[in-house]
Ligand binder design. Structure first.
Ligand code: ARG
Length: 465
């Protein structure tokens, strides 16, 4: 019998029961549900709505149920609609009358969204911690390979030389922005809807702030209709997770590319690679590919929730039951991806020689040769054209700019002097980019300070909770 069976004369069919149930998904929220119920019961007691004896029994009963769930001794009844029904039914079975008083001044509508908000806060915090760990791995790798130089690319063509540390820190910044999004999602979840009841509030003299305080919420929702129908905080979490997964997919793509024999820039450790069941020589970057692929499902989770919420009238509608599965999945997926990526980055081998080798191809010094002329007074467009001619000449000879003689340079412009050869050295080219945020090592050192400051700040924010 369902807990709401009073006004019904017929049981739902087994099929509709199963179809309507959310227990297989929301039993993951048992701890939040029990915490919410305990806080609610204590507040009911403090307000004189139920007796202190009842509170005592309810609290003990709920603790026992929680312990049973945790020990795997709790029989979830597949005929229960959701975790709220399961726990309440068990409580009533265990302690009787007092258990039946727990749901006073409460509805599953405010109960479920309280549980979900507690869950979102917890998971956003977990993700923030995993995000920090990944950023640390990137920063460590950047420091370790501080002086390694490689081609920087635009359009996947050699553009200008950059330091590997600069390249890795670019990702650290992406993930630093993701951290902010996760923190914002945690804040968005941080108000307590309990007391909104089904949709309109309740006639009982509830102390909403006391329940909110006990549950660690910073405040309470201001409108009961909004409170039971709002899932924006889950959208925020899903969006934050999606953006971060997109960033992870970009990094994964580079890892896949850099592990090819064509690039050979990195070698993944065996622990983050797999073999082939047929081709004995294979060492595949499976985990980078998998992380790249996981972005699809997490973005899917976000889109699914957006569309579930689209056109929903106030207040609670059963459609909202579809909110949790995707959010749980998105959080778990991102957490695993962060952990996997951090491990992959900290164990990969950087093949400095392969990177260096490529720096000498593709006329990476061309912009600097043009700048050399422009700094001697030639308009940059004119200088650009002259260097274009020099590149054409190299193309014809099958050589690099560094192989041209001073005469070759001077044949294009007599502004060229002996010192042009220094301009062609990749390390000097990169180091000369000293603008704030540039790839020159002096600028990267400053950047590292900023990255580490942000990391320390964010880490404190994680630990603060
Ligand atoms: N299982 C429901 C959910 O996840 C709980 C709230 C149900 N409320 C209701 N009035 N049917 O949304």
């Amino acid at each position: 019998m369902a807990l709401w069976s009073g006004r019904f004369t017929e049981e739902v069919s087994e099929f509709t029961q199963r179809f309507g149930a959310s227990l297989p998904v929301d039993k993951a929220l048992y701890a939040q549900d029990i915490a919410g119920s305990k806080a609610h019961a204590r507040m009911l007691g403090a307000q004189g709505i139920i007796s202190e004896q009842d509170v005592e029994q309810i609290t003990r009963g709920l603790d026992a149920i929680e312990a049973r769930i945790e020990a795997g001794d709790f029989e979830f009844d597949i005929n229960d609609e959701d975790i709220h029904m399961s726990v309440e039914k068990a409580l009533i079975a265990d302690i009787g009358e007092a258990g039946a008083r727990l749901h006073t001044g409460r509805s599953r509508n405010d109960q479920v969204v309280t549980d979900t908000r507690l869950f979102a806060k917890q998971r956003a915090g977990d993700l923030m911690a995993a995000n920090v760990a990944l950023r640390k791995a990137l920063v460590e790798c950047a420091k370790k390979h501080f002086d390694v130089i490689l081609p920087g690319y635009t359009h996947m063509q050699h553009a200008q030389p950059v330091f590997l540390s600069h390249h890795l820190l670019a990702y650290a910044w992406m993930f630093a922005r993701d951290f902010k999004r996760l923190a914002a999602a945690r804040d968005a979840a941080d108000v307590c809807p309990l007391g909104s009841a089904a949709l309109a509030g309740t006639t009982y003299p509830l102390d909403r702030r006391a329940t909110a305080d006990e549950l660690g919420f910073s405040g309470i929702t201001a409108n009961s209709l909004d409170a039971v129908s709002d899932r924006d905080f889950l959208l925020d979490l899903s969006y934050a997770a999606s953006v971060s997964c997109v960033h992870l997919s970009r990094l994964s793509e580079e890892i896949v590319l850099w592990s090819t024999s064509e690039f050979g820039f990195i070698t993944l450790s065996d622990s983050f690679s797999t073999g082939s069941s047929i081709m004995p020589q294979k060492k595949n970057p499976d985990f980078a590919e998998l992380i790249r692929g996981k972005a699809g499902r997490v973005v899917g989770d976000l889109v699914a929730l957006l569309i579930t919420l689209k056109s929903l009238p106030l207040a609670y509608n059963k459609d909202l039951q579809e909110d949790k599965e995707g959010a749980i999945d998105a959080a778990r997926t991102l957490e695993d991806c962060y952990t996997c990526m951090a491990g992959m980055i900290s164990t990969m081998t950087v093949n400095e020689a392969a990177m260096n080798n490529q720096v000498n191809k593709g006329y990476l010094a061309a912009t600097d040769v043009a700048d050399y002329l422009a700094k001697k007074g030639l308009p940059f467009r004119r200088a650009h054209e002259i260097v274009g001619h020099l590149v054409l000449l190299c193309d014809k000879r099958g050589c690099g700019l560094e192989d041209l003689s001073l005469e070759d340079f001077r044949a294009q412009s007599d502004l060229f002097e002996q010192d042009i050869t220094q301009t062609l050295d990749a390390v000097s080219i990169a180091d000369a980019r000293t603008t704030e945020g540039g790839t020159g090592r002096s600028a990267i050192r400053d950047q590292l300070k900023l990255v580490e400051e942000a990391l320390a700040f964010d880490e404190a924010l994680v630990e603060g909770e």
